[in-house]
Design a protein around this ligand. Structure first.
Ligand code: HEC
Length: 183
């Protein structure tokens, strides 16, 4: 093999290596963000499944700009303590439970998280809807449905069975009525 061929093939190998590393790196990064969200955010937030301890994050990038959100997520206490009126408002709406500062939040991860929230907000089938029962107040319609399901006039749909207030309502009613009914 001549020197030039040797050089060319080395260069080629290096290019393949760089390509492989960047593809692999990209794939882990993309996978990493949903996992990070699941492990660090889903205890308190859904995207499209209603409020838990924190607000539903669906369309949050339409409520506030990305710079503000990145600053808030990186250090919620600092933004709240600065007297920011919006931060104060969402704190009050969350019964004054402040969002903690979470570990491992780099600038890149913040951007990826906001991309993820934005992309998930547009989807019909939401993968971060969460299985927890939302703690939104029940509406009259929820109560009516809960009662109809209990009385056998309506059936639980598979998706309501999983995570809707109607399920919670039915469960409450079931136990309440089971206690009062004499058998
Ligand atoms: C222990 C509960 C908890 C965890 C974990 C948590 N948050 Fe929060 N988050 C909150 C609460 C509560 C608020 C409302 C503001 C407040 O009370 O501090 C909030 C507010 C927010 C907001 C602003 C919402 C709006 O409606 O404007 C964003 C964005 C957000 N959180 C993103 C995240 C992300 C991303 C993660 C994971 C890295 C995360 N949060 C983890 C509780 C939490």
């Amino acid at each position: 093999m001549s020197d030039t061929t040797q050089l060319a093939s080395n260069g080629h190998a290096a290019a393949i290596l760089i390509l492989a590393v960047s593809i692999f790196g990209g794939a882990t990064q993309a996978q990493d963000t949903p996992d990070y969200f699941r492990q660090n955010c889903m205890n308190c937030h859904t995207i499209g499944g209603g409020r838990l301890t924190g607000p539903d994050l669906k369309d949050v990038t339409k409520r506030k700009d990305r710079d503000w959100l990145a600053k808030f997520i990186a250090n919620p206490k600092r933004v709240i303590d600065s007297g920011d009126p919006y931060a104060r408002k969402i704190l009050e709406e969350s019964r004054n439970v402040p969002m903690p500062t979470l570990p491992g939040l780099t600038k890149e991860r913040l951007e990826n998280l906001l991309d993820l929230i934005e992309a998930e907000s547009k989807k019909e089938a939401l993968q971060f809807k969460g299985l927890e029962i939302s703690n939104k107040p029940f509406t009259d319609a929820d109560r009516a449905l809960g009662r109809a399901i209990f009385l056998g006039h309506a059936r639980l749909k598979p998706e309501t069975r999983r995570a809707s207030p109607a399920t919670a309502c039915t469960t409450h009613q079931l136990s309440a009525e089971a206690n009062s009914v004499q058998i």
